[in-house]
Design a protein around this ligand. Structure first.
Ligand code: MF3
Ligand code: CO
Length: 254
């Protein structure tokens, strides 16, 4: 079922998203060579809880952690672990916050130390793909317009778009209808309406889009070993256009 949110509900989700964005702003300073994704997990969980929020991924469909920490060829749902990050790694930190009953979801990619020019380009293209998708999240447009904008841009830059994981409606739970693919045909699919709150979260690969699943049943990798990047925002579709609920503030298009 697709639920349409009232302006008040959207305001509450924006408060939740502000706490989540604050986590990411702190991670910019926190993530460096030598720290581990377990250090990130502990920092994130403490930060959310000490600010009155709940780390909403814990217990979601049996998932055990506040964060998904996916490194290099891991596409998504990497478990936090004790192994230190090294210079040149790309880590994507994905988390959900519940605050006063309102849900938000945002993933951000971080370069650990100095990454290669190819990874720098992948990060820039993935972030721009997210914003091109967000631009399409307008009343009267269709779901396919979002995916089409992302896919044509990312593929035009020589990268591929993951098919197995997609954006989603959000609130009251993490995953609600509608499904929001990051590929597709313009003018096709569900018509977007005022009050829908969705995530857009393209996963873009240097190689092929196909994935393989870890025996742990959660973590997806690129099947060819290519690098994968992801950025995700939660946003509301309003009559004034898309409204970011997990915005990190003034820096560029955050
Ligand atoms: N935050 C993820 C998303 O963007 C949800 C991960 S599911 C979990 O949709 F179980 F790992 F939390
Ligand atoms: Co999501």
């Amino acid at each position: 079922m697709i639920t349409l949110k009232s302006p008040r509900e959207i305001e509450m989700m924006k408060e939740s998203g502000a706490l989540l964005a604050d986590v990411h702003r702190h991670l910019r300073e926190f993530i460096k060579p030598g720290i581990s994704s377990w250090d990130i997990e502990v920092f994130v969980r403490d930060f959310i809880e000490s600010h009155g929020g709940k780390a909403a991924q814990i217990g979601y469909e049996g998932y055990k952690y506040a964060t998904c920490c996916s490194i290099n060829s891991e596409i998504c749902h990497g478990f936090p672990r004790k192994k230190p990050l090294k210079d040149g790694d790309l880590i994507k930190v994905d988390l959900c916050v519940e605050y006063k009953g309102a849900m938000s979801d945002s993933c951000w990619a971080y370069a650990v130390g100095q990454v290669t020019p190819e990874i720098e380009k992948l990060m820039a293209v993935t972030k721009k793909a997210l914003y091109l998708g967000i631009e399409q999240a307008q009343v009267g447009k269709r779901i396919g317009d979002i995916g089409h904008a992302i896919q044509t841009y990312a593929e035009g830059e020589g990268f591929s778009v993951v098919r197995d994981f997609i954006g989603h409606g959000i609130g009251p739970t993490i995953h609600e209808e509608p499904a929001v693919p990051h590929y597709g045909e313009a003018g096709k699919g569900l018509r977007l309406r005022e009050g829908m709150v969705i995530t857009i979260e393209p996963m873009i690969n240097t190689g092929d889009w196909k994935m393989k699943m870890d025996p742990n049943g959660w973590t997806a990798y690129t099947h060819d070993g290519g690098i994968s990047c992801q950025y995700e925002h939660t946003l509301a579709i309003t009559k004034n256009g898309p409204e970011l609920l997990t915005s990190q503030g003034k820096e560029g298009t955050y």
